[in-house]
Design a binder for this molecule. Structure first.
Ligand code: SF4
Length: 133
């Protein structure tokens, strides 16, 4: 089972091999590959540092994020939009179905436009082209 903070569900869809550092992308590559390879993986949704944060240079001592207020906001928006419960375990494929059913460009923009990666367009592409999930 993987633990993922809520907003990382969207980051994973837009991931194109770019990140905050070499360690970060190496770790992210592994996680994204594992999920794409086996959508039956169970995922526990959390709102604190997760396995993606574990290799991030913005992680503060494994316990928090330098951009805490922003990422807490993103997590809350994702939980609200998708009606996903914090601390609940889901099959990744069920989370993908929920995302596909509910995401629109407007809701994506509403959640993600404050993120530094938004303007690159990777996430828009990943979220609006279901074949990429
Ligand atoms: S530590 Fe912060 S910036 Fe880094 S992956 Fe986690 S939430 Fe994102």
């Amino acid at each position: 089972m993987l633990t993922l903070r809520a907003h990382h569900l969207l980051c994973i869809q837009g991931y194109k091999g770019h990140g905050y550092s070499k360690d970060f992308t190496k770790n992210m590559d592994k996680i994204v590959y594992a999920l794409k390879n086996d959508p039956s993986i169970q995922v526990k949704i959390i709102t604190k540092t997760d396995i993606i944060c574990s290799c991030c240079p913005h992680n503060i001592g494994g316990k928090s994020c330098e951009h805490r207020y922003k990422v807490d906001y993103l997590d809350k928006k994702v939980l609200d939009l998708f009606q996903i419960e914090k601390n609940k375990v889901y099959y990744y494929k069920d989370l993908l179905n929920i995302i596909h059913k509910k995401i629109t460009y407007e809701s994506f923009k509403n959640i993600c436009s404050i993120c530094q990666w938004f303007h690159y367009g990777y996430c828009k592409k990943g979220l609006t082209q279901p074949s990429q999930f």
